[in-house]
Structures are given as structure tokens and as C-alpha cells.
Design a protein around this ligand. Structure first.
Ligand code: ATP
Length: 455
């Protein structure tokens, strides 16, 4: 197989999973668009997360907060002052590089280090070991912090600066009181949200791994301080199980504890995925203590405390957070399912072995030939099935090519309508993975379309 990373990027474009944004205008760095297959896969991944995290847990609820907020939110959260990455600039080209990433490559961890002098020292001490193709490391300037918040001019007359949200969770924190009042719960509940986030990333490279506009699926669990450990373990396990249920294999994910914790964080780990470019963060799980709510209490002068009738004490709840990027997961799912198989005739077929539950198209309906009576019959089968499944009707090119296209986007079942269909109301069903074909009556079709036929 050619490099899997390159193969998946190619497939994303050719089969309509992802397109570089504004490609006809030479693109726009760090921004991508979902194509017809991508949008289905993305929706299915998000729907599965919502089901597993929100609907299957009786103590977790959802919200959908706005992208814009009063700019004070970002002051309170610390983003206007601290949401930054250490960066060095090549004096000759002006290209910026993340210092933490350069150091990580040579085994130096500066994650969570907020003192710029410490970072400068780490960087200068190990500068001679850093390697960037085509760059003389002596041309790299001293590190500086670059803020990642994306500014906007919305409501500019009223506020000096407004921002697109840098993370979705602040929408949850600022609604904490509204939520707890509306669900009539004091403590021991979680709030989940899926939505866009924006970051002025220093170097948006590596396809959709590091984007400037992306989506997060986040959950914040509010509870008593003494429940933090237990909750942390609960969501660490739940997050892992969710990834496995999406078809990610155990060997390709691992927990990585943070060596340096951000000052307000009591405990933190990443779930990393083994991308072809190395082990990289897919999800973060953090014990944020009462930092966020206390900050919003301080800045908004609105109490975030609750009174516990049992202990007769007031608490600011502790928060355990899980945060996963939709696009990083989308990419992991594609990499995981991308398979090349050599067939008996020595040709190679590309097949995405996606879990049927998240496949963009569940069934491809294919008339064997472009004859009017076959096409009409195929459309009537499409109409019956599309009430219950996402189907694709495809009559172009040879049947072999259509099977290949269906395999390449991970379609679990192909249904072919041929002359026999017109005589006895039967069709063939082809299984994506085994490529076995069975003849089935149209009236019995639904029984033969179970996702359980795939492991
Ligand atoms: P990194 O260290 O890779 O920059 P981070 O620690 O800044 O990530 P968080 O702020 O914890 O990331 O965000 C939570 C999740 O959101 C990450 O685990 C990742 O899946 C996703 N994410 C963060 N930044 C990006 C980005 N620029 N592009 C795509 N996904 C992102």
C-alpha cells in the first residue's frame, strides 16, 4: 500500500469526504469543507457520540450555545491573556513554528509551561538538535506566545473586541445556572455540546488534524469536589469505550498523562491516536476543579455556588471535562477503516471497513443495465428503502466500477436489480466485506440488511 496518510487524503477528495476550502481561489489554510460523503459520515459520528454520551446516560443533558458571547467571557476564562502557543519565527521566510511541537520531536516536553523564559531556555538549550527541512535553526527567533483567539468586528461599536469562540465549553459554563435550574438538579450532572470552535493556529498543517475552524464534542460534568476522582475515571472509561465502538482498534489508542499540569487543572490526560504521522492528541480529559465557574462568578458577579442541604454547606461544583475534535476523530475513523485488498484477479480494491452504523451510505441501489424497465424497478426499490436507510441510486458505468465506488465509501450493502427481478421480484444483495452475493425477495429485503453481518 502507498502511504496510508496520503491515500486517505486522496480518497477524501476523490470520493467527496473533504475538500480544501476555497480551492478555486488557491485555498484557505486551515479550513476544509465536507463533501457529500463526508457530511454523512460526520453527522453519523456526531449522532453516535450524542447517543452514547447524552441519551444513554440519565444524568447528562445537551445544549447548543451561540458562537458569539459577551467578550467578558473570554477575559474570565483566561483566553484573552493565556490562550496562546509558544511560537518561533524563521527570520528569513517569516514562517512560524510551534515551539512545543519542535521540542516534542526531540523528546522535550513543555506542555503546560506558561513561563516564557523557561520556554526560551528549553528552546535555546536544545536548538542544535531541532531539525526542520530547509531551515537553518540559527535563523529561528526566540520563542514568544501568540494568542489563538479569532477576533471579529461583531458589535464593535459596543465592545472594543469580540471573538469567535475558541472552545465550546465556555457556552456550557456561562449557562450552568440556567441549566441546573431548568433541569431541576443541583449537582451530579453533565452537559454536552457539539459545535464549531475557531483558533488562529500558528501552523495549520497536517491535513484536517490542525484546523483554524473545527468542531468539538465536549462534556462538562458538575459535581462535589470529593467525587472528582470517581468522575474522572468514569469519563476516561466512557470516552475509550466510545472510540472502540466507532471501530477504532485498541492498539491505536493510548492514554497519556500530562507531565505539566496547567495551574488550575488537578488532573489531565489525553487519549492519543496513532496517526501515520505519529501518536497525537485526539481527546483531552481534564479535572478543571472549580476554576471556570469561580472565574465566571468573579467576573459576572453572579453566584455559581449551590447549597447542599445534607452538609449545610455551599459549594462551587468541580468540573470534569471531556473534549474531542470531530475532524481529528473523522480522520482517525477513515485511517482505521481504510483497507486495500488484493483480489483473485490481482487487482486491488479499496474498501472502507466502516462500522455500518456510521457509513455515509447504507445501501447502494444499482440497476444492472441502463434499460428503462430495470431503471424503473430500481427506482421503486430505492423509494421503498430510502424511507428507512440512507441509500444511493447509481446507474452510471459498469457494475464492477459501481461496486468499487460503493466499497471506497464504505457502503455495507449493494442491491442489484436485473432481468430476473422483473420476473420474480428478487434482487441480489452484495456484502461489502465478504463480497458474497445472495438472492433475496424484495419483500424480505429488510431482514437481510442487518448491521450485525459485519464484525
Ligand atoms: P493541541 O495540543 O493538539 O493543539 P489542544 O490541547 O489545544 O490540542 P484542546 O484545547 O484540549 O486541544 O481541545 C480539545 C480537542 O479539540 C483536542 O483534543 C482536539 O481533538 C480538538 N482540537 C483542538 N485544536 C484543534 C485544531 N486546531 N484542529 C482540529 N481539532 C482541534
Amino acid at each position: 500500500m502507498e502511504n496510508k496518510w496520503e491515500a486517505v487524503i486522496k480518497l477524501c477528495k476523490s470520493r467527496g469526504f473533504m475538500f480544501p476550502s476555497s480551492e478555486i481561489y488557491d485555498g484557505f489554510s486551515g479550513v476544509y469543507d465536507y463533501g457529500p460523503m463526508g457530511v454523512e459520515l460526520e453527522k453519523n459520528i456526531k449522532a453516535k457520540w450524542w447517543k452514547d454520551i447524552v441519551h444513554r446516560n440519565k444524568d447528562i443533558f445537551g445544549i447548543n450555545s451561540a458562537i458569539f458571547t459577551n467578550p467578558k467571557v473570554w477575559e474570565a476564562s483566561g483566553h484573552t491573556s493565556n490562550f496562546s502557543d509558544p511560537c518561533t519565527t524563521d527570520k528569513k521566510t517569516g514562517i512560524k513554528y510551534r515551539v512545543d511541537h519542535l521540542l516534542e520531536k526531540i523528546g522535550v516536553d513543555c506542555n503546560g509551561v506558561t513561563d516564557i523564559d523557561k520556554i526560551k531556555k528549553l528552546f535555546n538549550d536544545s536548538k542544535k538538535l531541532i531539525k526542520i527541512e530547509g531551515v537553518d535553526v540559527n535563523d529561528l527567533q526566540d520563542p514568544e506566545f501568540v494568542n489563538l483567539l479569532v477576533e471579529s468586528n461583531l458589535n464593535k461599536t459596543k465592545f472594543e473586541k469580540t471573538y469567535l469562540r475558541g472552545e465550546t465549553c465556555q457556552g456550557i459554563f456561562i449557562n450552568y445556572k440556567n441549566i441546573s435550574n431548568s433541569i431541576n438538579k443541583n449537582i451530579g450532572f453533565g452537559v454536552a455540546q457539539i459545535g464549531k470552535a475557531f483558533r488562529n493556529e500558528i501552523s495549520a498543517r497536517q491535513f484536517i488534524f490542525r484546523l483554524r475552524e473545527f468542531q468539538q464534542m465536549e462534556m462538562q460534568y458538575f459535581d462535589f469536589p470529593n467525587k472528582s476522582r470517581e468522575n474522572f475515571e468514569r469519563f476516561k472509561k466512557l470516552s475509550f469505550e466510545f472510540l472502540i465502538s466507532l471501530g477504532i482498534s485498541k492498539e491505536n489508542i493510548r492514554y497519556k498523562d500530562h507531565d505539566n499540569l496547567v495551574f488550575y487543572c488537578k488532573n489531565a490526560l489525553d487519549i492519543e491516536y496513532k496517526y501515520p504521522v505519529g501518536w497525537k492528541e485526539l481527546e483531552g480529559i481534564h479535572d478543571r476543579g472549580d476554576w471556570d465557574l469561580s472565574q465566571h462568578q468573579k467576573f459576572s458577579k453572579t453566584t455559581m455556588e449551590f447549597f447542599d442541604e445534607m452538609t449545610k454547606k455551599s459549594y462551587t461544583p468541580n468540573v470534569i471535562e471531556t473534549s474531542i475534535g470531530v475532524e481529528r476523530l473523522f480522520l482517525a475513523v477513515l485511517l482505521e477503516s481504510y483497507t486495500e485488498e488484493e483480489l483473485p484477479d490481482k487487482t486491488t480494491r479499496v474498501v472502507l471497513k466502516l462500522k455500518p452504523e456510521i457509513a455515509p451510505i447504507y445501501i447502494a441501489v444499482l440497476p444492472l443495465f441502463k434499460k428503462e424497465n430495470l431503471k424503473q424497478k430500481a427506482v421503486s426499490v430505492f423509494n421503498i428503502l430510502s424511507n428507512d436507510y440512507v441509500c444511493l441510486y447509481d446507474e452510471t458505468q459498469s457494475i464492477g466500477k459501481r461496486y468499487r465506488r460503493a466499497d471506497e465509501v464504505g457502503t455495507p450493502f449493494c442491491i442489484t436489480i436485473d432481468y430476473q427481478t422483473l420476473e420474480d421480484e428478487t434482487v441480489t444483495i452484495r456484502n461489502r466485506d465478504s463480497m458474497k452475493q445472495d438472492r433475496v425477495r424484495i419483500s424480505d429485503l429488510k431482514k437481510s440488511l442487518s448491521p450485525d453481518l459485519f464484525d
